[in-house]
Each structure stands twice: as structure tokens, then as C-alpha cells.
Design a protein around this ligand. Structure first.
Ligand code: GRF
Length: 187
């Protein structure tokens, strides 16, 4: 594939989904190229990945949402970014920012949406004794974790499941469905 879509990934922490996207994007036929990584956290491990894989990155603090979004939009426009992937980005984006991007923003969430939107997903799932959990890739809209679903993967919750084991089990699936979702939206 010659014309890969220029993309940006927003992160806040570990960056394991970022890593899976970087790896996939190195495949010749993968539809996007990651041209920019933006973090609101200077200590995010994902920034180490940006350095390792030689991908341009920026840290913008999030003390003021408006400033973070303005800084990010400037970089995004400079680089002619057409798709924005949120990967463990722990902040909410404003309606204006999302509109500005014409809704070409996708996110991964560690639950079977529309169930368990928001934070602390795994502990809430375990408390309500769900039989299954999973992960979802969806388009981002101003209402949190509510946009159109692109792909979901279900996992079975074991009897002795802990928050940590569930998180790891779901992350393994996240690393598969995020790249698959991107392939599917370009089909
Ligand atoms: C993932 O579980 C993702 O679904 C959620 O935050 C976590 C980030 O993990 N939004 P990582 O930073 O990609 O390792």
C-alpha cells in the first residue's frame, strides 16, 4: 500500500496499545502510518516507544483542556493528520475538538460497551459478577464511550479472576482488535 493515512495516537500511560499499533503500522499493507504521538503525561512509558521507533512525539500538559487541545490541533494540522487513535488516553476531548476533526477519532475501551463506560471498568465488572467482559473499539463522540462500535471481543471471566488477571486477559485482546478495527474502517 503506497498511500497510508497519516495518523496520530494520543496516550497517557503504558502504551501497550500504542506498541501494537506501531507494530501493525510497519506492515506494508496496513492502512495507516503513525506520524505523531501526543501525551498529556511526560512520564508516559509510551513516549519511550516513540523514541525507540523514531516517531515524532509531543508532550502537552492537560492543566487546561483548551490549551492542550489547541496545541494538539496545531501539530495535527501541521502534519496533515487524518485519523486520530486514542490508546489509553485518560482525558475527555471537547465537543469542539471532536467536531473539528470531523469525527475521525477512534478509541479503545476495556469493556463490552455499552456496558461499563468510564473508569475502573474491571473492578466494577467483577463486583457485578458478570460472566463475560471484553473490549471495544469505537468512534469517539462528545458523549463518553458512546460512539458507533467498530469491533468487540468477548472474554470469559473465570471463577478466581482478579482485577489484574482480567486486565491482562483483555489487554491481549485489545492488542488484536485495535489493528483489526483500523483495517476494517479502511475497507
Ligand atoms: C487499555 O485497557 C485501554 O482500553 C484503556 O486504557 C488502557 C491503556 O493501556 N483505555 P495501554 O496504555 O495501551 O497499555
Amino acid at each position: 500500500m503506497v498511500n497510508k493515512t497519516k495518523s496520530c495516537v494520543f496516550i497517557s500511560g503504558k502504551g501497550s496499545n500504542l506498541k501494537s499499533l506501531i507494530k501493525s503500522s510497519r506492515d506494508y499493507n496496513f492502512p495507516i502510518k503513525i506520524e505523531l504521538i501526543i501525551s498529556n503525561n511526560i512520564k508516559a512509558n509510551g513516549l519511550k516507544l516513540a523514541k525507540k521507533y523514531n516517531i515524532p512525539f509531543k508532550f502537552f500538559p492537560y492543566d487546561k483542556q483548551e490549551k492542550f487541545e489547541r496545541n494538539s490541533l496545531l501539530e495535527i494540522k501541521k502534519k496533515n493528520i487524518k485519523l486520530l487513535c486514542l490508546a489509553g488516553f485518560m482525558k475527555v476531548l471537547s465537543k469542539n475538538f471532536i467536531k473539528n476533526f470531523r469525527y475521525k477519532i477512534i478509541n479503545i475501551h476495556p469493556s463490552l460497551l455499552p456496558k461499563f463506560k468510564g473508569l475502573n471498568t474491571h473492578s466494577r465488572v467483577l463486583k457485578t459478577k458478570e460472566k463475560y467482559s471484553g473490549c471495544t473499539v469505537h468512534f469517539v463522540t462528545p458523549s463518553v464511550d458512546s460512539g458507533k462500535i467498530i469491533l468487540q471481543k468477548r472474554v470469559l471471566i473465570n471463577k478466581n479472576e482478579t482485577e489484574n488477571s482480567l486486565k491482562e486477559k483483555i489487554l491481549r485482546q485489545e492488542h488484536k482488535i485495535y489493528p483489526q478495527s483500523i483495517i476494517s474502517i479502511f475497507k
